[in-house]
Design a protein around this ligand. Structure first.
Ligand SMILES: NC(=O)C1=CN([C@@H]2O[C@H](COP(=O)(O)OP(=O)(O)OC[C@H]3O[C@@H](n4cnc5c(N)ncnc54)[C@H](O)[C@@H]3O)[C@@H](O)[C@H]2O)C=CC1
Ligand SMILES: Nc1nc(=O)c2c([nH]1)NC[C@@H]1CN(c3ccc(C(=O)N[C@@H](CCC(=O)O)C(=O)O)cc3)C=[N+]21
Length: 335
């Protein structure tokens, strides 16, 4: 054994750019099906430097891939009216609002101002409710897919790429048998992500600053949608050794995932702007994805195409446009 102690560890570092490229092929095909390049309008009222970087980056990715993008920098007091004007402007296909703005519950209120038919980020109530309830379509005919939030969906796409999703299993159950820890439970990323992964069959431990919760569809995946449980005995430290996938998104540069507690061969994914994993992660992980932003933006373009498509499909088909939430009765094609 000692003879091999200096051999390099076998961790594959997977960069988001490569995964994004594959998804972009799909997006390019979708773009050919629409009559004009979709216009995305981004509202920047945030003073957070991460929001501006992300906004610039969205613009660049849109333009490079045949989409139109306009950045509207408005005072936060004017934002609600500006969003309403874009809702009523037929030339605007999609709207995204960069957060944080007020950094309070008011951001949630602003989010709900975006018209559901233009919400590329899937953050309005109807989409969020569909996601938590595992309802995948907007219409009973199952023609119009619901919109999923970009960053959680980007993580799903990465897990599909890495073949953590087992395509031998039926769609909707493909994470059965996996134990996944998600460190972050924000309303925009961590909590929806835990729910999506649990709805797809995983046993998910959702960790935030206060506690650890388990999201699962129960033994034998008998439930249609996930349930959430609390147990004060659960800690990050005692969940990590059980987890074959660890996804971390803690803001700030203080937090580091304790590498010594990772299970040998774990798959580690970081979505925080800061590095939540020290380089030693490569001594333990089988796969390490250090950042996911590039995939998130391609998922955004994919969502933009989807809402353009859904609007086309609901024209002259008003039943699909009203609030009518079907339940997930059958397996549906990919998310
Ligand atoms: N790559 C991407 O596509 C995206 C990345 N981000 C990045 O992800 C990070 C998080 O963003 P948000 O979810 O919006 O932040 P947030 O501040 O709303 O939520 C942070 C979450 O982390 C938890 N947390 C904080 N400290 C912790 C600790 N020591 N241990 C365990 N949990 C802890 C909090 O309880 C909370 O659930 C940021 O760095 C942000 O820039 C955000 C959106 C998209
Ligand atoms: N409505 C809204 N949606 C967002 O998704 C949103 C937002 N507002 N406000 C700002 C935050 C921040 N954010 C990031 C995106 C990518 C990386 C990221 O990881 N980027 C690089 C790594 C760092 C780099 O290369 O500079 C990458 O993945 O390759 C981080 C953070 C999205 N945000």
């Amino acid at each position: 054994m000692a003879a091999n102690a200096d051999a390099p560890a076998n961790c594959k570092v997977v960069l988001a750019g490569g995964i994004a490229k594959r998804l972009l092929v799909e997006v390019a095909e979708g773009l050919e099906q629409v009559s004009k390049p979709p216009l995305l309008v981004g509202f920047l009222s945030s003073t957070d430097p991460a929001a501006r970087i992300y906004a610039d980056w969205t613009g660049r990715t849109c333009r490079e891939n045949g989409f139109e993008f306009q950045l509207r920098e408005v005072d936060r007091e004017e934002l609600e009216d500006a969003i309403m004007a874009a809702n009523n402007d037929d030339s605007v296909d999609g709207i995204m609002v960069y957060y944080p703005i007020f950094g309070t519950g008011q951001d949630r209120y602003i989010q709900q101002t975006v018209d559901v038919s233009k919400d590329v980020e899937g953050l309005t109530d109807r989409y969020v409710r569909n996601m938590y309830h595992n309802v995948r379509f907007l219409d009973e005919e199952k023609q119009c897919k619901s919109v999923l939030p970009c960053t959680p969906l980007a993580v799903v796409k990465i897990l599909e790429y890495l073949q953590i999703y087992n395509t031998f299993l039926p769609y909707g159950n493909r994470l059965h048998g996996h134990t996944i820890t998600v460190i972050n439970r924000s309303e925009v990323v961590g909590r929806p992500l835990a729910a999506l992964l649990a709805n797809d069959g995983a046993c998910v431990y959702s960790v935030d600053i206060g506690n650890v919760q388990q999201f699962t569809r129960g033994a034998g995946l008998r439930e249609k949608k996930h349930k959430v449980m609390d147990d004060p005995k659960w800690t990050l430290e005692n969940r990590l050794p059980l987890s074959d996938v660890v996804i971390s998104g803690v803001p700030g540069d203080k937090f580091k995932v304790p590498v010594h507690l990772l299970r040998e061969g774990a798959v580690c994914i970081n979505f925080s702007s800061e590095k939540n994993f020290d380089p030693e992660v490569k001594q333990k992980a089988s796969i390490y994805v250090p950042a996911i932003g590039k995939v998130t933006i391609v998922v955004l373009l994919r969502n933009l195409l989807r809402i353009v498509q859904n609007r086309k499909d609901t024209q002259g088909h008003p039943a699909a446009a009203v609030e009518k939430n079907g339940t997930l009765e059958q397996a549906a094609p990919g998310p």
